[in-house]
Ligand binder design. Structure first.
Ligand code: MG
Length: 375
């Protein structure tokens, strides 16, 4: 194994876990974090949570689980090339969406709207709540007792109000400091993964077409290359070959440009990383190209009327459930009722956020359908 760069997070400079534990044998601290994440219940639920397409719309579309695995793959490759801590980048990537509601973005917006009078709902913060409190698996502590650096990476954004309540972990949002390079990588790997797989899923669903996509320079360049090199290639293969080249361009540019940033700054320690501006970044040219792709997807895919119809349905399901549990907490499953006595809104939000798409649909039917529904 190549030696880690001096500014990488390592077992020697980690700030450790909230509850002290013996060092693991046969694996590193960050491998242990990753393993705990994979064994969590919240991780398994990602299989049935929407990325863009609702789970029942098709078997080949990305779910939050396959999305998270793609993020981890991209983050590991980048971390390895920059001699950073791959295991940490992987752990953050696998955990980054654990707090996501059912029904993707629409679900998050709906729950946030319901929670407005009670401190709001933010899926990054909820991911942290899952690994810090909600997972009930270990005898000695609530949550997964992950390393500081993994938790720091999970908390990508945070309002100043919430940051003030988070102690050491919230500090960087108040003092305008950066997280580790591994966290910065996981953040950008998330974007690379969804921009590219949404092109693939969007095309497969027929909601967007290659003809529309040629207006996006990043797609057009690679599509042209593929068609030139392989005339007559079957369309699905053209799409896949184009997408893989796009990922490659983004990843290579990110590595090259970040390397340059790091050496220009003369980074020597993790503390240097925290006090410097963000070092993991694209060149200006590629940054512009990936923004154009993002804009295209926002207009043509995320706001497609068929996606919006599903979002409208999702919002209704979530606000109906929130409303009825707030009106009568006795309708909650028993394990949520104790906490509901102290903080009903947060208990309801925890319950709803933990649901998969299909569980939420079924729960809605169990409570609101007039005809008989199996309990
Ligand atoms: Mg994500």
């Amino acid at each position: 194994m190549t030696e880690l760069a001096p500014y990488a997070v390592s077992e020697h400079n980690t700030r450790g876990r909230a509850v002290h534990e013996e060092a693991p044998s046969g694996r590193s601290e960050f491998q242990r974090d990753r393993d705990r994440i994979i064994h969590s219940g919240a991780f398994r639920r990602l299989e049935y949570k929407t990325q863009v397409f609702v789970n029942h719309e098709g078997d080949l579309f990305r779910t939050r689980l396959t999305h998270s695995i793609e993020v981890a793959q991209i983050a590991r490759s980048i971390a390895r090339r920059l001699r950073l801590n791959e295991d940490l980048a992987e752990a953050i990537s696998l955990a980054h969406d654990l707090g996501h509601t059912p029904f993707g973005h629409a679900g998050q917006e709906a729950l946030n709207a319901c929670m407005k009078p009670y401190g709001g709902f933010e899926h990054n913060l909820q991911s942290l709540r899952v690994v810090d409190k909600l997972e009930e698996r270990y005898a000695a502590f609530d949550g997964l007792n992950l390393s500081f650096e993994t938790r720091e990476g999970i908390l990508k954004h945070c309002s100043a109000d919430n940051a003030a309540k988070l102690g050491e972990l919230g500090e960087r949002f108040l003092r305008n400091r950066r997280p580790s390079l591994e966290a910065q990588i996981a953040n950008l790997a998330d974007e690379i993964a969804y921009n590219n797989h949404d092109v693939d899923d969007g095309l497969r669903s027929g909601l967007i077409t290659l003809e529309q996509l040629v207006t996006v320079p990043l797609v057009a360049t690679h599509l042209h290359e593929v068609r030139q090199a392989y005339p007559g290639l079957q369309e699905r293969r053209v799409v896949h070959e184009t997408v893989r080249r796009m990922i490659n361009t983004l990843v290579s540019d990110l590595i090259k440009h970040s390397e340059r940033n790091i050496s220009a700054r003369g980074m020597a320690t993790v503390e240097d990383v925290r006090s410097a501006p963000a070092m993991i970044a694209y060149s200006a040219e590629v940054d512009e190209q990936q923004h154009e792709l993002k804009n295209f997807l926002r207009i043509h895919l995320y706001r497609h009327y068929r996606v919006l119809r599903m979002s409208a349905k999702a919002q209704r399901i979530i606000s109906d459930l929130f409303g009825i549990f707030m009106a009568d907490s006795h309708l909650l499953p028993p394990q949520f009722q104790g906490f509901a006595e102290h903080d009903r809104a947060r208990a309801v939000a925890d319950y709803i956020a933990g649901m998969t798409d299909r569980y939420a649909i079924r729960e809605h039917r169990r409570i609101f359908a007039v005809e008989e529904v199996p309990i």
